[in-house]
Design a protein around this ligand. Sequence first.
Ligand code: AMP
Ligand code: TRP
Length: 336
Amino acid sequence: MCKTIAFLLLFNNMKKRLLSGVKPTGAPHIGNYFGAMRQFVDLQDEYESFVMIADYHALNFIHNKQEMEKNILDVTLDYLGIGIDPEKVIIFKQSDISAHTELAWIFDTITTMPYLMRAHAYKDAEAKNAEINVGTFNYPMLMAADILLYDPEIVPVGSDQKQHVEYARDTAQKFNKIYGDTFILPKELIMKDVATIPGTDGQKMSKSYKNTIPLFGTDEEIKKAVMGIVTDSKTPEEPKNPDECNIFALHKLFLQGEQLQNLRDKYSKGGMSYKESKEMLFEEILALVKPMRERREMYRNNIDTVKEILNKGKEKAKSIADTKMNIIRSNIGVNI
Ligand code: AMP
Ligand code: TRP
């Protein structure tokens, strides 16, 4: 018995770490779910997991107290709704751990402006000719701090975050070179088939393109989005190419093997309307979402429990981050 417990403890300690996060900037869509969030659930047994609400990153976009408060709780509910088990995963708020911003500052001092100017997000903002705030410019350094404080081996994200994880890895390397081995080098985990989920118009699904299918929308909201998927104007009788169809691209998230092949055949043979394909997709989405929605609703009716989960997450994350921060401070020479 004792041996078993000792083995389990040892085994648990040997688990590799995972860290990721989502910005509380609005309701998640199925691109967020399949591209990133689902991996948090799928990997929660295998990895010691840290899943963050990146509220200080969201502060680049939201300057409204009520909206921020609501969004933070919403993302926490989304995490719990999709099935992240708070007994297994450390769910916490970035702003609760001041080491993140402290470490971001330290990274700023070893990072050059031209290097940050090469970031896609910065270049996009610049191309839009927006006046870019310093937080947006520094975004990759805060994200590097989020990651490196916890020594995770993998960072599950969608493909649009690949460069940010590379920045974290480069920054770890640079720091290690200057101050000696301090950080392990993290790696992004991007699932091949879901790296970029297309939206209802075939472009990458994104809030800013207004082409999303909301994960926790009502039946009506989901239906409206699905029925709005852009197709060509082939009649029901005409054969259709599944690989050129925006609806089919989304079916691929839900159907496998024989089921997917059957649908493929139906497309090629002709006789199935796009409307019928959309109705099928709607049912597939509902089958996934309904149990999640119920779990989310259960937590929403117990908001004190949710806040308690965040508080526990804060305590656990803080103790790890503080220990790491102490090593970092010592390595840079400010602990005298
Ligand atoms: P965000 O809402 O921008 O904080 O994104 C949360 C996570 O969802 C990140 O890991 C993104 O890379 C991922 N993500 C966002 N949109 C998509 C998409 N269309 N396909 C795949 N992953 C996505
Ligand atoms: N930048 C990420 C996004 O927009 C969110 C994020 C912040 C994050 N810190 C992180 C993701 C650390 C992974 C690890 O989606």
